[in-house]
Design a protein around this ligand. Structure first.
Ligand SMILES: [Zn+2]
Length: 256
C-alpha cells in the first residue's frame, strides 16, 4: 500500500517515509497519545541507557568502535549518555552528602580554615581544583573536550578525527560514572571517614583503570606497549592542557 507522506508529500511504502522519516500512521493527538508518547520516550531512553551501560561494562572498546562504524540504533547517544549520568550522579551524591576525594583532601590540607579562607590562600589553582571537586557534573563535561584533544594528538596515527575521540571519551566518562553510580548503594551506609577517603581514592584509580581498559580494546590495531604508552601520554598531555588553561585564565585575570 502506498502512502502519501503528511510531512513532505512524497509517496512511500511501509511504516515510515523514506525521505524524511515521518511515520505513516499519524493518530490524533489527545491524552492517550501523549501518555503513550511519554511512556515510549522514557522507555526508549531507559532501553538505550541500560543497553549502552551493559555493553560498556562488558566490552567497552569494541562497543565504541562499533558505534563509530555505524552500529548505533540500540545505543543512547554519547553526549546524552554522559549528560544524564553525570547529572544523576551529582544529584545523588549531593543528596547523600558524599563529598568527593579532592574536597576532603583540601579540607585536610587546610585544617581549621573555612572553605572561603582556604580558597583565597591557595590562589587560582586552588580555587579551580576546589570548584572542580565540588561540581562533578560540570567538571566531567568540561574535561571531555580536553582529554579528547589529548587522545586525538597522542593517537593521531590511528586516524580517528577529533569528533570521534569526543564520542570515545564521552562514553568512557559515562562508563566511569555508571560504575560510580553502581557503587553508591554500597558506600551509602559507610560513615567512617577514613574508610570513605579510602573508597574515594580507590574510585580515582578505578576511573583510570577503566580508561586504560577501554583504550586498550578500542585501539586494538596497534601494538600492546604502544597502546599503554600512548594512554599514559594522553593523561600527561591532558594535565598540561589543564595547566595551560589555568595559566591563561590567571593571565587574563591579571590583565583585566
Ligand atoms: Zn516524508
Amino acid at each position: 500500500m502506498t502512502t502519501i507522506c503528511k510531512n513532505c508529500a512524497s509517496s512511500f511504502e511501509g511504516k515510515f517515509c523514506n525521505q524524511c522519516g515521518q511515520a505513516a500512521d499519524t493518530p490524533e493527538i489527545n491524552f492517550r497519545s501523549v501518555a503513550q508518547e511519554l511512556q515510549h520516550t522514557i522507555l526508549q531512553i531507559d532501553k538505550g541507557l541500560l543497553y549502552t551501560t551493559r555493553e560498556l561494562l562488558l566490552r567497552p572498546g569494541k562497543t565504541i568502535r562499533g558505534y563509530l562504524e555505524g552500529k548505533r540504533v540500540q545505543h543512547i547517544k554519547p553526549f546524552a549518555y554522559i549528560f544524564i549520568l553525570s547529572t544523576l550522579y551529582a544529584l545523588l551524591t549531593t543528596l547523600t552528602r558524599k563529598s568527593t576525594f579532592l574536597a576532603d583532601f583540601l579540607d585536610g590540607f587546610y585544617d581549621g580554615t573555612t572553605e572561603s579562607e582556604a580558597q583565597s590562600d591557595m590562589g587560582l589553582v586552588g580555587d579551580i581544583v576546589l570548584w572542580m571537586s565540588s561540581h562533578y557534573a560540570y567538571t566531567t563535561l568540561l574535561i571531555i573536550p580536553l582529554i579528547s584533544l589529548a587522545s586525538y594528538l597522542c593517537f593521531a596515527k590511528m586516524r580517528y578525527n577529533y569528533f570521534q575521540h569526543l564520542v570515545l571519551n564521552s562514553y568512557v566518562a559515562g562508563q566511569r560514572t555508571a560504575v560510580f553510580l553502581l557503587l553508591l548503594p554500597f558506600t551509602y551506609f559507610i560513615t567512617d571517614e577514613s574508610t570513605n577517603d579510602f573508597i574515594d581514592t580507590v574510585k580515582v584509580y578505578l576511573g583510570i583503570a577503566l580508561t586504560f581498559w577501554t583504550y586498550y580494546q578500542f585501539f586494538n590495531t596497534t601494538r600492546v606497549y604502544k597502546r599503554i604508552l600512548l594512554t599514559i601520554l594522553t593523561y600527561v598531555v591532558m594535565l598540561v592542557l589543564i595547566f595551560l588553561i589555568t595559566l591563561i585564565i590567571a593571565l587574563v585575570q591579571k590583565v583585566f
